[in-house]
Design a protein around this ligand. Structure first.
Ligand SMILES: C[S@@+](CC[C@H](N)C(=O)[O-])C[C@H]1O[C@@H](n2cnc3c(N)ncnc32)[C@H](O)[C@@H]1O
Length: 253
């Protein structure tokens, strides 16, 4: 992908047909709509990762895959100048924004590169690989998880969230009928793969793929909130816990 493509209105980054055009999104979206695609920031993931790493072993290298504007990796890079931070995204406009922000914050320990899951084949491994709010848009989510795990160095850690059958049931309910997201057709377009049940994972499936049992990242990091659909007022939520709807796991290697 060259810089000449980035202002071309006909340009379309190849993520998946069954989601939104992410290049358009990061070029045009504003306000709350834009914020809705930065959960790494709104869910305080940098704080939670820091808390987990301090309890286990602080990594020397950290890779965020599907980084968007790279809120979480840039935050970690700023807090830890000795940490080598790599941020990958499929979409040129996201990478451009991430690069500009890394330059603005004078962060020489950050490298931004292209990667489009399920493929992930960097020319090195990392002590920690992190992939948040991305597998929802990847049809071959299990293959993506295998490739992410392959990029973890021995003794390292993979952290990712993913859609499961509870995510699908809850988000389908909320985006149809009189659900709180029913007036947002872009929501169903964005999450088409998971709403059609085409990329759902579970602890058992992850264990079968990786040969290691995942554990809840929310528990491991002592998270007070588990984040699912924060737009949903408490009185219309189902009995499903946020942790069930937004499973996030860590898998040591
Ligand atoms: C909802 S945003 C999440 C951004 C960031 N991880 C966060 O938590 O704030 C999803 C990001 O995934 C990227 N993406 C979508 N499909 C992808 C794929 N197949 N491979 C890599 N990145 C992808 C999009 O360009 C977008 O930047």
């Amino acid at each position: 992908m060259t810089d000449s493509t980035r202002d071309d209105p006909t340009h379309h980054d190849q993520t998946h047909d069954a989601t939104i055009d992410w290049h358009r999104f990061w070029t045009d979206a504003e306000g709350d709509h834009r914020e809705s695609a930065r959960p790494g920031e709104t869910h305080g993931m940098a704080d939670l990762l820091d808390r987990l790493f301090e309890r286990t072993k602080y990594p020397d290298s950290f890779a965020a895959v599907g980084c968007g504007p790279a809120d979480c990796p840039l935050e970690l890079a700023e807090r830890h100048p000795d940490l080598d931070v790599f941020a990958y995204d499929a979409t040129e406009s996201a990478r451009r924004e991430a690069r500009e922000r890394a330059a603005d914050h004078d962060l020489p320990n950050v490298t931004i590169e292209e990667a489009t899951l399920p493929a992930f084949d960097p020319d090195r491994s990392f002590d920690a690989v992190y992939c948040y709010a991305v597998l929802h848009y990847v049809e071959e989510a299990a293959r993506a998880v295998r490739n992410l795990y392959d990029a973890v160095a021995p003794g390292g850690l993979l952290v990712f969230n993913y859609p499961n059958r509870f995510t699908r049931a809850e988000w389908d309910r909320e985006s149809t009928g009189d659900g709180v997201l029913a007036d947002r057709p872009d929501f169903r377009e964005r999450f088409q793969l998971l709403l059609e049940g085409r990329n759902l994972l579970s602890y058992d499936r992850i264990e079968a793929e990786l040969g290691a049992r995942p554990r809840s990242f929310w528990s491991a990091a002592d998270a007070e909130e588990y984040w699912s659909r924060e737009e949903t007022p408490p009185e219309v939520r189902t009995g499903l816990t946020d942790a069930a709807i937004n499973p996030c796991v860590c898998v040591p290697k």
